[in-house]
Design a protein around this ligand. Structure first.
Ligand code: TMP
Length: 265
């Protein structure tokens, strides 16, 4: 199948498959593909806090495209095929595993609160946590025991997910460090991708400042969704800063990235 050949369907005629808090999934141009559309909606604390931040979807589409493409380049399998336009990307249809896989390098957010560790404390090693994706239950934390007992994933799949999470974390820590950003933690989702009779686990959904904690190395300034969660303002400026540092957007808004911009000592 030639995924690089554009085949457009007018927005109004597309079948909507799923609408989440920040994204919509539409039927794709070929079987086994979907179109992932990034909205401007920001939510926190379930959906109790909700705002529309104009331009957030465009930035997340670009940043997520960049990170997924880099992961594809180093052989980490993802659902990403290519970006279609300012707000949309073509992805492979996968069966989403109902888990939020969270990798933490530095204590922050719910881990800092739950265990009484000061925010900003480097963790002795990277920690992987699982949360059950369920809005009504506010995504409760679950253990491998829950995951296998309730059949959300098999022990082999959990091993594959953890191996993927470690690769993604190692790669992204280095990538962000190179542009003067500390990857404090992030959330990723995985899906089952079938190719003929073979199934493999791939990284799905998005990776963006909505789903990562990103702190400036020197000032510890927050460059992520905590700016919204904690009513700090300046979310769009922070996301734009991340995009520019990654070399995705210049002052004149170049459409294709020229690669990360190294920050010296
Ligand atoms: P937490 O400290 O609130 O548990 O968040 C850990 C990381 O996961 C942080 O980078 C934000 C991200 N995250 C999401 O992307 N979606 C969510 O629903 C939650 C709770 C966290």
């Amino acid at each position: 199948m030639d995924y690089n050949k554009p085949r457009y369907t007018p927005m109004s005629r597309r079948r909507r498959i799923y609408e989440g808090k920040a994204k919509v999934l539409y039927e794709g141009p070929e079987p086994g593909t979907l179109i992932q559309h990034f909205k401007d909606d920001a939510t926190a604390a379930g959906t109790k806090k909700h705002e529309v931040i104009e331009g957030k979807g465009v930035l997340n589409n670009r940043i997520s495209e960049y990170l997924f493409q880099r992961l594809n380049d180093i052989g980490v399998p993802t659902h990403f095929i290519r970006r279609l336009n300012m707000r949309e990307q073509l992805i492979r249809e996968v069966e989403i595993i109902p888990l939020e896989v969270c990798v933490r390098n530095v204590a922050a957010g719910s881990l800092a609160t739950r265990l009484g560790i000061e925010e900003g404390t480097q963790l002795p090693r990277s920690i992987i946590e699982f949360y059950y994706k369920n809005d009504q239950l506010n995504d409760p934390m679950v253990s491998e025991e829950h995951i296998t007992a309730f059949g959300w994933a098999t022990p082999q799949e959990i091993d594959d997910i953890m191996a993927l999470a470690i690769r993604v974390n190692d790669f992204m820590c280095g990538l962000f460090l190179g542009v003067g950003i500390r990857l404090v933690d992030f959330k990723m989702e995985c899906g089952r991708l079938w190719e003929n009779d073979l199934m493999r686990i791939v990284v799905a959904d998005e990776i963006s400042p909505d789903s990562c904690r990103l702190w400036d190395i020197k000032s510890s300034e927050k460059l992520d969704k905590d700016r919204f969660r904690r009513d700090m303002g300046g979310l769009l400026e922070a996301y734009t800063d991340v995009a520019k540092r990654l070399g995705i957007m210049s002052e004149n808004e170049r459409p294709q990235g020229a690669g990360p911009v190294l920050v010296k000592g």
